[in-house]
Design a protein around this ligand. Structure first.
Ligand code: TXA
Ligand code: MG
Length: 378
């Protein structure tokens, strides 16, 4: 335990460098080779490439959430990620590639398992991570000694161009301090990792807002281990037996493994208490009022925050309300930003109006159930 804290860590003046995704275009769907139209953006990418070549960890935007990237083929560089995030050493990382050829390099015999081919054709680049057998080139610092490795080809122009320019794949977990909500703005990364990393590329807000879907189609039947940006409804037509972990099946072995996303470790937690009200509960505001009274028996609560899909009553003047939009994808996009902004305003409790588990709603409710200290279902 102690070894996690005594490891020496350099102190940096963290630079946040703006990049404009609109300045990037790609030679084809299957590559990260970019045409960058502005010299400022080209220079920003070059600075990040330099830091990554020197074995440092840097913050980069992706379409899901910001990632903390380092050379995936260097055990030493990957250690910088664990140190900066204070991430438990047995929680494996996703390797980000910018072409199928780069994926092949990570596989035994350079062979993509055939069941993934139509899936990758449809959803890469994008918010989908696949679990594949791992070749020995991938350091065990990345896989944490598992025989498999998680791989994703992100669609965000900046991430995609950055990986291609490096010429090596980038290991990148979400760029939050371990246990905190994932970052969807460069300022979130700066808040959590300031002075721990040399730079963050600021590509603006993330489109998807929740992490990628983790799909394991090496197991039979194929399973979504973590719901995310690519939905169950999206994948099901291509993988008819598809199951969702914890919804359609559970597995004692998976339960104990740190590889199962979000199982072993506390996740997505703001400082405030989070009370999740499921969407099956009829009157959100009335129910929150009852729960608030009950909470006040045991907690001092000065400030209350709400994440709402619908405005049913005007909240107390001292309360803070964040509108999450009316659709599941809007809710996903605003989720971590909402939790973090209420934390910044030092609310003591956050009541969240849950949504149904359709489409992106499955990922949203998965993250909320992990963040919640209390779930109200009826
Ligand atoms: O959208 C995303 O996936 C973001 C961006 C930065 O790409 N990354 C991300 O990484 O969410 P992270 O480390 O926060 O979550 C990766 C998850 C972990 O929970 C881990 O358990 C799982 O992927 N994972 C990694 N390797 C695995 C493996 N070999 N088998 C099963 N799960 C694995
Ligand atoms: Mg994470």
């Amino acid at each position: 335990m102690l070894s996690r804290f005594v490891r020496t860590m350099s102190s940096f003046t963290t630079r946040v460098i703006p990049v404009d995704p609109a300045q990037f275009s790609f030679k084809s769907k299957n590559t990260g080779e970019a045409i960058i139209r502005s010299t400022a953006d080209e220079a920003a990418i070059d600075q990040a490439v330099q830091a990554l070549r020197a074995g440092e960890a840097v913050g980069m935007p992706t379409e899901t959430v910001y990632g903390l990237a380092a050379n995936a083929l260097s055990a030493e560089a990957v250690q910088k990620i664990f140190a900066a995030k204070n991430r438990p050493q047995d929680n494996p990382l996703i390797v980000h590639v910018s072409s199928l050829a780069m994926l092949e390099e990570l596989l035994p015999n350079k062979t993509i398992p055939p069941q993934y081919i139509p899936v990758l054709d449809r959803f890469w680049p994008g918010a989908l991570t696949i679990i594949v057998p791992s070749a020995s080139i991938v350091p065990s610092a990345v896989t944490c000694g598992q025989p498999t490795v998680a791989v994703r080809f992100p669609s965000h122009p900046v991430a995609r161009a950055l990986i291609a320019k490096c010429g090596f794949p980038l290991a990148a977990p979400s760029a939050n301090a371990s246990g905190r909500p994932s970052p969807t703005l460069a300022s979130h990364v700066y808040h959590d990792l300031q002075s721990r990393i040399p730079l963050v590329l600021d590509g603006g807000p993330c489109d998807v807002g929740v992490e990628s879907t983790v799909l394991d189609a090496v197991r039979n039947p194929p399973a979504i281990l973590r719901p995310g940006g690519v939905t169950y409804e999206d994948l099901k037509p291509l993988l008819p037996n598809l199951q969702v972990y914890q919804k359609h099946f559970t597995d004692k072995q998976l339960e104990l493994a740190p590889t199962t996303p979000g199982m072993k470790y506390r996740h997505y937690s703001p400082d405030a208490l989070v009370v999740l009200v499921e969407d099956t509960v009829p009157d959100f505001d009335a129910r929150c009022a009852v729960e608030l009274d009950a909470l006040r028996q045991s907690h001092t609560i000065a400030k209350v925050g709400y994440l709402r899909t619908r405005s049913e009553a005007s909240p107390d003047e001292a309360d803070l309300s964040v509108a999450m939009g009316s659709s599941a994808d809007q809710f996903a996009q605003a989720l971590f930003r909402g939790l973090r902004s209420l934390d910044d305003q030092q609310v003591d409790v956050i009541f969240v109006q849950g949504i149904s588990e359709e489409k992106e709603g499955m990922a949203v409710m998965n993250r909320l159930r992990k963040a919640a200290s209390r779930i109200i279902a009826q």
